[in-house]
Design a protein around this ligand. Structure first.
Ligand SMILES: [Zn+2]
Length: 305
C-alpha cells in the first residue's frame, strides 16, 4: 500500500506519494481552486484520480489544510481557504473516492511528520511550531497527534505574549482573532517586520531585517534580541505546561541559524526548572514536512468517522 499526502495551501495544493519506508515516489503541484466549494471539490477529485492512474498501487489518502475539522460536526472551520468553511470535505471526498480520507490541520501534519521520521523521531513528546507568515503549532505524543473537543491542541499563537508590557514589547495592532497581544503578532515573520517598520518608519521584510542584524545594524540587532526574548517567553510557558522532549521549528523563520543558540540560552530564564533540557531543533524535512505528515495521517491518527 502506498500513501498519498495532499497539502492544501492558499495558492497551491501539493501532492506527495510515499511508500511504506517513507521514500518519495512522486511529487506534483496544482493551483488551489478557490472560486467556490463545488469547483474546489471537482478540481481536487480530478487531481486525486489523475494520481490514481499514475500510481502503480492503491494508496491511502491524507490531507493537511490551513484550518481544522470540527470534531462534532465533521465540517471544516477556521480555514483561510474560505470556501471550505462549513463544508463536509471529508464526507464528500470519501463518497466520491469510495475510500477513507484523513484530514488534519497543516501544523498538526508538520508535527506528525517530524515526530514520525523527522527531527523528533524516537522521542515521546514533540511540540511542532511553524513560524512563518503566522504562528501555528501541534503536539504529538509517541507518534500520535494530540486532539481534543475544540480541535486546537498546540494552537499557542493566539495566547497572549507572556509578561507582555507596553514599554518592552510595544502595542501591536489587534489580532484578526479579536484578542490583544497574541503571540502570533510577535512570533511570526509578519509580526517581526510589522513591529520593526512601525517603530522606524521603514518597509523591510523579516528576512531583510534579520540580514541587517547579521551585518551588525544596531536597530535590527536590538529588534532580533527582543524577538528572541519574546520567543523564549512564549516557549517557556509551553515547556512549563507540556515539558516536551523536543520543540521542532518549521516555516520561514526556522531557517535562522542563530535562533538555535540564542533561544535555548534565553529559555533558562523562563523555564521553571532553571536549566532547560528541551531540545530546540530545525525541521528535518523543511517545507516538505506538512505534506509528508498528511501522507502519514492514516497510520498515525485516529480513523476517520
Ligand atoms: Zn490572535
Amino acid at each position: 500500500m502506498l500513501h498519498l499526502g495532499l497539502d492544501i495551501g492558499g495558492t497551491k495544493t501539493e501532492a506527495l506519494l510515499l511508500n511504506d519506508r517513507g521514500e518519495e515516489l512522486h511529487r506534483e503541484r496544482i493551483a488551489t481552486e478557490k472560486a467556490s466549494y463545488p469547483a474546489f471539490l471537482e478540481r481536487l477529485l480530478a487531481f486525486i484520480n489523475h494520481l490514481r492512474r499514475r500510481a502503480d498501487a492503491p494508496f491511502t489518502v491524507g490531507i493537511g489544510l490551513p484550518g481544522a475539522v470540527d470534531p462534532q460536526q465533521g465540517t471544516i472551520k477556521n480555514c483561510n481557504c474560505l470556501v471550505l468553511n462549513g463544508e463536509d470535505l471529508r464526507g464528500d471526498l470519501q463518497r466520491q473516492l469510495d475510500q477513507p480520507v484523513w484530514l488534519a490541520n497543516d501544523a498538526d501534519c508538520f508535527t506528525l511528520s517530524e515526530a514520525t521520521d523527522g527531527a523528533g523521531a524516537g522521542l515521546d513528546v514533540v511540540f511542532g511550531v511553524i513560524v512563518g507568515t503566522g504562528c501555528g503549532g501541534g503536539v504529538a505524543v509517541r507518534q500520535r497527534l494530540l486532539s481534543g473537543p475544540n480541535a486546537i491542541a498546540g494552537e499557542w499563537g493566539h495566547n497572549p505574549l507572556p509578561d507582555w508590557s507596553a514599554d518592552i514589547d510595544g502595542t501591536p495592532p489587534a489580532c484578526y482573532c479579536g484578542r490583544a497581544h497574541c503571540i502570533e503578532r510577535f512570533i511570526s515573520g509578519t509580526g517581526l517586520s510589522e513591529r520593526f517598520n512601525r517603530q522606524w518608519g521603514t518597509a523591510f521584510s523579516a528576512p531583510q531585517i534579520l540580514a541587517a542584524a547579521q551585518r551588525g545594524d544596531q536597530r535590527a540587532e536590538a529588534h532580533y534580541r527582543h524577538f528572541v526574548d519574546a520567543f523564549a517567553r512564549s516557549l517557556g510557558s509551553v515547556i512549563n505546561l507540556l515539558d516536551p522532549d523536543v520543540i521542532v521549528l518549521g516555516g520561514g523563520l526556522s531557517n535562522v541559524d542563530r535562533l538555535y543558540v540564542d533561544v535555548p540560552l534565553r529559555l533558562e530564564r523562563y523555564v521553571f526548572s532553571g536549566a532547560c533540557r528541551t531540545a530546540i531543533r530545525q525541521a528535518a524535512f523543511g517545507d516538505a514536512s506538512g505534506v509528508r505528515g498528511a501522507a502519514w495521517l492514516p497510520q498515525f491518527a485516529p480513523a476517520p468517522s
